[in-house]
Structures are given as structure tokens and as C-alpha cells.
Design a protein around this ligand. Sequence first.
Ligand SMILES: [Zn+2]
Length: 364
Amino acid sequence: MGSQLVEGPIATAVDEIDAPRYGKDEGFHQELRARVREFLESSGLPARGLAAMYVKTAVLFLWLAASYVLLVFAAETAWQALPLAVSLGLAIAGIGFNVQHDGSHGSYSTRPGVNRLMARTLDLLGGSSFVWQRKHNVLHHTWPNVEGVDDDIDTGSLARLSPGQPRRFYHRLQHLYMWPLYCFLAVKWQLFDDFATVVRGRMSGRPFPRPRGVELVVFLGGKLVFFGLAFGLPLLLHPAWTVVGVYLLVSAVAGLTLSVVFQLAHCVPEAETGPKLGTWAARQVQSSVDFARDSRLLNWYVGGLNLQIEHHLFPQISHPHYAAMAKVVEATSREFGVRYTAHPTFGAALAAHYRQLRTLGRSD
Ligand SMILES: [Zn+2]
């Protein structure tokens, strides 16, 4: 296993971005890297390219294909369509968590071509792997919870997700109205955000380099295939209102699932926010919060995103390693006085996110 797997920050050209800079490592990151390298060696498994990931990918794609085929070609009543639409939405989010996210970080396989292919499953699902690379790998991972840089906490003025953002009168109710709005996340990406980002050439108020050549073909081709699958083909067999209704339901399930899993990791009272960065590794630990670390089912479905501390520190390591790695990371963090937080259950993390939304909406 290459030592680059336990290096950080992620190897992306971030120098041209005008954003706060990190202080020099004071030993914490170096020690973490050494211990995680040792952990990987003792596990006897490769850091990426795990057989379990190929099995998981096959299961998720079968789930997706079965839900879609039954929904479009077999469902005849609303009571048959409803559970199938929910199932399709969950399969879409599952592929995002497990396959696309890992591929885009290069942690899926040792072969760059396989990682690229997996990253591009997002284009099939209506998003854009090109836009995602900048939004997630560069802006979010390098500057988590930094207002004006991390695009994940930028909702326009819909919500106040960080204390550095201005508070508006309606934010008093954001702990109630954000949940239904999370349902529109996928629709917003699929129909508006990706196009707006590419046309404007801006993201989070900063210049966004537009896709060219192959990337532009993938961007446009992906949207075309997605619209064909979501609307074109179903419209040949079903009335328009049914097709639109089912599309909205599938996207709502996927959007809510994706939003909630992202928010529980970074938008809770324990997660560090703001532009004061300190060192890179300490920031990754303190701006992320793990949850339900002992739930094997949740861990399987969300692709290790309930272990965001480990993911932020080592995004190039395949996620099935995270649960065992967490013990090493937690112990090292405590030794170095770096705050490491984990909510015991999914419910506890949900309650923490609710509290954070309410606090940020009501006090400065
Ligand atoms: Zn990530």
C-alpha cells in the first residue's frame, strides 16, 4: 500500500483558491499517519480495491435496477408504485454514499480508470461528477465548515448553518422547515444547480473552471441519459402527472437521505465552524462528528459516512476500514488533546442536528 494513502491534505490544486491557510503540523498528523499505516499493515487487507466493495456495488446496482424496472414496467397501482419509488430513492442515495463518493476520492480501487468510472455513476443518477469533484473534494474537504468556502454550508439565505452567516428573522423556524426542504436537494442538483454552476462559472462565490472536452461530453451526456431514464422512457408508458409525481417522490427520498447523512456529520453543536483553522488534521477531526459507530447496517448503507472523522483524515482509504480505524484515531486524538466526538446512535445525532438548527436560527 502506498504511503500516499495516509498523506493529507488531499492532493488537489488548492493553491489558487483564496481561502484561509492551515498551520504547520505539530506532531499529531504525523503520529496519526504512522499509526494508521501500522493498522493497515496488521489488517492484512489492501487500503483500497477491497473485494467487499465489488460485492457491495453489485448489490446496490441490482437494487437500483430491480426498483427501476418494476416501477416503470410492472407497477400498475399507486400502492405498488409508492414502495418501489421509496426503494429506488434509497438505492440512488446508497450508490452515492458507497460507489460514487469512494470513486471520486480514489479510494474505491487501485486503478484510476475504475475510480473515474465509479465517480461517474453520479452522472447516471442526475448529478455531475465534475461539479462534485470541486464542490466536495476540493472546497468541502479542504475547508470543512469554513463560511464562504465550504459549499455544503452555503444554502443562499435559506438557512443559517454556521455562526458566521447572517441571521434572518425566518431562521427562527429553520429547525422545522429545513427537513422538508432537504427533500428537494436532489431535484435542485439535477434540474438547476449543476447547470447554473457551469453556465455562471462560479461556485460558492468563487471562480469555477468549466468542464471541457471529455468532461463536457460526460456532463451533457449524463444529463441526457438521466432525463431519458427519469422522464423519456416512463412517459412512453405512463401519464405525465404520474411520471412527474414519481420523479419527485424518488428524488425526495434520495435528497432527504443524502442531506441528513451529510448534516449529521458537520452541522451539530460539537462540530467546529469558522475560519480559524489551526492545523489541518486537528481541523478535520474537530469539524466532523461520528455517529452510530456500532451500527453495522447503517455503516454498510451510508458507506462509512457515519465515520466522517476517519473519512476526512483519510479519504483515500476504502471505507470498510473506517470502523476499526476509529479506535486508533480516537485514541491518538485524545492523547494530543484534539476534541473527538461521536454520537452513540443515529437518533442522538438527529437530535443534535435539530438543536444546532434551532440555536443558529435563534441566537447570534
Ligand atoms: Zn468525502
